[in-house]
Design a binder for this molecule. Structure first.
Ligand SMILES: [Fe+2]
Length: 314
């Protein structure tokens, strides 16, 4: 596995490297800083007059969950967020005509046991490919405020080519959409929704912790095992992530190797073309359909309407 810092590599080669498990770090640029500033302004507005990094010292967990349930969709659907991502993909060398992204998510990691399920889910070690992501998906991750080693995220790269027994065979993205996703804010203390988890002890060490300035961005394959570092700091960690796929790789069905993912369904309907926010062509999406999309969306006649989602947990 290689780690590239501010690489000027062309996107096609970068994706090949990502599919081999490499990680790319890019220093803050104009668009990434703007995206983080937008997130900061929405966060500060939601929790005013409190210090947004220390809300847990003043509010009960239920109150924070309630405010996050309003804040997170505001960010996800904010038109400026999409504009900044479009600019970011351009600044970082992507072909905008062929690069498709899904809407950005805002994540929170609260200190200790304050709030770590539902709307502020603390991610156990997982691969996004256990959650029906295609193997050509690239994950982009940015800290919104300054982060430290004790409130960031971690990649467990020793599992890149090593299978981990897991529950992904039970997971279907369309079923999840239908049954579970709309009530994340209700899961304040525990989360009873079925998710793919490791089913054997995970060797958490060594692990790679991703720490960068506000507006820096990490790229890694959806097939990397990654997790939320338990927040042992005194402040809340806010981060942004989103995912991309490239049309050529979708059509060629290339990407990272599958070592242990057994889920069904696909997130292929979630990605929007950078230039005009259109979905992937039907013939491209059709390559990833396995029939379950019709099973879990009664009466759906077109794949696009059957596949679309608005919130996710992976
Ligand atoms: Fe993930």
């Amino acid at each position: 596995m290689n780690i590239y810092v501010d690489s000027k590599m062309r996107d096609a080669e970068r994706r090949e490297e990502l599919y081999r498990g490499s990680i790319f770090f890019h220093s803050p640029c104009q668009s990434t800083v703007k995206l983080c500033h937008l997130a900061q302004s929405l966060i500060e507005e939601a929790f005013r007059p409190l210090d947004p990094l220390r809300v847990h010292q003043s509010f009960p967990a239920e109150k924070s969950a309630e405010l996050l349930a309003a804040l997170k969709p505001r960010f996800i659907h904010h038109p400026e967020a999409k504009q900044h991502i479009q600019a970011m993909l351009s600044e970082l060398g992507c072909d905008l005509e062929k690069t498709y992204f899904d809407v950005p998510r805002m994540r929170t990691a609260f200190p200790g046991d304050y709030l770590k399920s539902g709307i502020a889910y603390a991610f156990h070690p997982h691969r996004d490919t256990w959650y029906s992501a295609p193997f050509c998906q690239v994950n982009w991750w940015l800290p919104v405020y300054e982060i430290t080693y004790d409130n960031c995220m971690a990649i467990h790269s020793q599992y890149w080519s090593r299978a981990l027994r897991n529950g992904s065979a039970e997971y279907n993205y369309h079923k999840w959409n239908l049954e579970s996703r709309h009530n994340a804010a209700q899961h304040v203390k525990t989360d009873t929704r079925i998710q793919p988890r490791p089913e054997e002890p995970v060797e958490l060490e060594p692990q790679l912790r991703l720490i960068g300035d506000v507006g820096s961005v990490y790229l890694f394959s959806a097939a990397h095992l990654h997790s939320t570092v338990p927040n042992t700091s005194s402040v809340i960690r806010y981060s942004i992530d989103f995912r991309t796929v490239h049309l050529d790789d979708v059509l060629r069905q290339v990407g990272a190797p599958n070592v242990d993912s057994a889920c069904t369904g696909t997130t292929i309907g979630d990605y929007l073309r950078t230039t005009d926010l259109s979905h992937l062509p039907q013939e491209a999406m059709a390559l990833y359909l396995d029939g379950t999309e019709a099973k879990f969306v009664p009466g759906a006649s077109t794949p696009v309407s059957a596949l679309l989602g608005s919130e996710t947990l992976r």
